[in-house]
Design a protein around this ligand. Structure first.
Ligand code: ADP
Length: 600
């Protein structure tokens, strides 16, 4: 049982016990007193009757022999009244007694009952009798007998009957009391339970709320103080729940913001423990937030430079910035910012570290500067040639017209090359920066390839190279016709350039259903049986200015930009390009393009 309820029950039982006991004791006293007083009355009336019946002589003087008449009379009356009878002289001498020898008894003048006895008012006393060994009731009255006796007659009676009655009364009362007590115990338990139950219910609810069960409610419990307490707890739970909702909403909002940031965030608290890691930081570092949050930042020790940066930030508690390389697993360049966190009263609460992956930006920057370097280098060669030959001519050293013409031809060719180079560079930078607008329209493929062949006819015929078309008549594609032509002029042109005399080039086109894209696509292939490309160069031939053999490329008039432009144009058409080649037996360039451009 709960302590409060048991204490309440105990107190109520104690109260019931005490009151029942007090009632018992009072009842016993009343019972005894009324019994004794009715006995007294009864005995007084008997004495009155005796007074009239008695014919006793006057008491002998002191020192004289006591006549036996007193004793005999006492015994006779005792038999009649069923009590002890004593005759006492006026001076207190016992003259006769129904149970003792008067000579052995001391003077009775000072006995309470004798002292109090007056005519018409009998004296009485309850006393323990040593002679009889029990409580006795004594009633005495002064009498004047017709024989001349003047003194006291005393009746005494054992209180054993009273005690017996009392005892019986106690047994009955005790049983009744025990039953009463049991009933009282039951009732007081129920009352205590009735009182404590709502409190216990409130307590349970409060406990549930404190264990974060914000749905727990006391419910309606009446209008008394306990009911009001319950209502207050419910109100508190309501407001707690609302606040909790707001906090959770804010939290998930914040989490959303953190998770969708492009930068990574790690928060380290003032105890140097990791307090927060957002999704981007998890991705950048290849760690899991649930594994490291709550632990020391030194858990990140495998990133030596990073932990060093964090340690310095924590030491200085000031803004810091740095750029580090992380290997997760490939190298990443990360821009790191450390910001001290302060709350309201400007107290320091740790550091916030922001991560920005700048690998792409830096790579682009590097590519751009490399491009500029490449372009200048590429431009310098023809310019130097033009300058050199022009200088020689100007110096007037060349006399014969034949040589002069050949020099001028070189100057012209290099100028032409320079022109093409600049054209290609402009084209490429336009395509790369997505500044060109594709003009989609249905293109009849056979017609397109025929015009491509026409453009390259002259060069091909010079080398006796056959261009074979294996393109279905009904094939159409949605594309930017000029750009599509540019793609194939480049590919077929390369085939012509890098195939020895008497070779052949085959152009094929097939429509097919692509499972991955779930759309119709066309696969084109341009195959030659020329010199081929070494395996090691294959992955790089689509790079700008990359040439397998610089001298050969130069002699064929190549700029090293053709394939780079082709790749970009194919990708602009949402297509793919690949190459297969073997040195000495030829190369095949494969282009796959969608038949239709969705949302062009
Ligand atoms: P280029 O203007 O030098 O031809 P491209 O970008 O068109 O530049 O080609 C890059 C390099 O790829 C060429 O220099 C050449 O070495 C190689 N290449 C391209 N097409 C072929 C081919 N059909 N056969 C052999 N090599 C080729």
């Amino acid at each position: 049982m709960r302590p409060f309820r048991s204490r309440l029950t105990l107190i109520m039982l104690l109260l019931v016990g005490i009151s029942v006991l007090a009632a018992g004791l009072t009842m016993a006293k009343v019972f005894r007193d009324s019994h004794i007083s009715s006995l007294e009355e009864y005995m007084a009336r008997e004495i009155n009757l005796l007074e009239d019946m008695l014919e006793l002589p006057a008491a002998p003087a002191e020192g004289e022999n006591l006549p036996l008449v007193f004793e005999n009379e006492a015994k006779r009356l005792a038999a009649l009244t069923d009590s002890r009878v004593t005759f006492v002289a006026k001076d207190g001498r016992v003259l006769g007694d129904s149970q003792s020898k008067p000579g052995l008894m001391d003077n009775h003048l000072n006995r309470e009952e004798i002292r109090d006895a007056r005519p018409g008012v009998p004296g009485h006393a309850v006393r323990y009798s040593e002679t009889l060994g029990r409580d006795m009731l004594y009633v005495a009255a002064p009498i004047v007998s017709s024989g001349g006796f003047e003194g006291y007659v005393r009746l005494s009676m054992s209180l054993a009957i009273v005690e017996e009655g009392l005892q019986r009364g106690w047994v009955i009362m005790g049983t009744a009391l025990a039953i009463l007590f049991l009933i009282a115990a039951l009732i007081s338990y129920r009352i205590a339970r009735g009182l404590t139950r709502p409190i216990e219910h409130i307590m349970e609810t409060a406990n549930r709320i404190s264990k974060l069960d914000y749905d727990a409610r006391v419910g309606s419990m009446g209008r008394d103080e306990i009911g009001q307490l319950g209502a207050s707890i419910d109100n508190m739970a309501d407001s707690l729940q609302t606040q909790m909702h707001t906090i959770r909403d804010n939290e998930s909002l914040l989490q959303n913001v953190l998770d969708n940031m492009t930068g990574g965030i790690i928060m380290i608290d003032e105890n140097e423990k990791i307090g927060l890691v957002n999704r981007q930081a998890e991705r950048m570092l290849g760690v899991r937030a649930d594994r490291i949050v709550g632990r020391s930042y030194t858990e990140l020790k495998r990133f030596y430079d990073l932990t060093k940066f964090i340690r310095e930030g924590l030491q200085h508690k000031a803004r810091t910035h740095d750029e580090l390389s992380l290997f997760v697993p490939e190298e990443k360049l990360i821009a790191l910012d450390g910001v001290p966190m302060t709350i309201q009263d400007d107290s320091y609460h740790g550091m916030l570290f922001l991560f920005q992956d700048v690998s792409d930006i830096r790579r682009l920057e590097r590519m751009r500067s490399e491009f500029v370097a490449n372009v200048s280098h590429e431009l310098k060669t023809p310019v130097a040639a033009v300058q050199g030959f022009a200088e020689t001519l100007l110096a007037g050293g060349v006399k014969d017209e034949e040589t002069a013409r050949s020099f001028l031809k070189i100057i012209y060719d290099e100028g032409d090359r320079l022109n093409r180079l600049i054209g290609d560079i402009l084209d490429l930078s336009k395509i790369e920066s997505r500044r060109i607008q594709l003009d989609y329209a249905p293109v009849h493929m056979l017609t397109l390839f025929q015009s491509v062949s026409k453009v390259l006819e002259g060069a091909a015929e010079q080398k006796r190279i056959e261009i074979r078309l294996d393109v279905p008549e009904e094939l159409f594609i949605e594309a930017d016709e000029d750009r599509l032509r540019q793609i194939f002029i480049n590919l077929v042109g390369n085939g012509v350039s890098y195939t020895p005399e008497g070779g052949r080039i085959i152009i094929k086109a097939d429509e097919f259903m692509d499972e991955e894209y779930e759309s119709e696509r066309i696969r084109f292939s341009v195959s030659d049986n020329g010199i081929g490309i070494p395996k090691k160069d294959l992955p790089r031939i689509f790079e700008r200015f990359y040439r397998v053999d610089k001298a050969r490329s130069r002699s064929s008039g190549g700029t090293g930009l053709g394939l780079s432009i082709v790749k970009h144009l194919v990708e602009l058409h949402r297509g793919t390009i690949s190459v297969e080649s073997e040195v000495g037996s030829g190369s095949t360039f494969m282009v796959e393009l969608p038949v239709l451009q969705e949302n062009p």
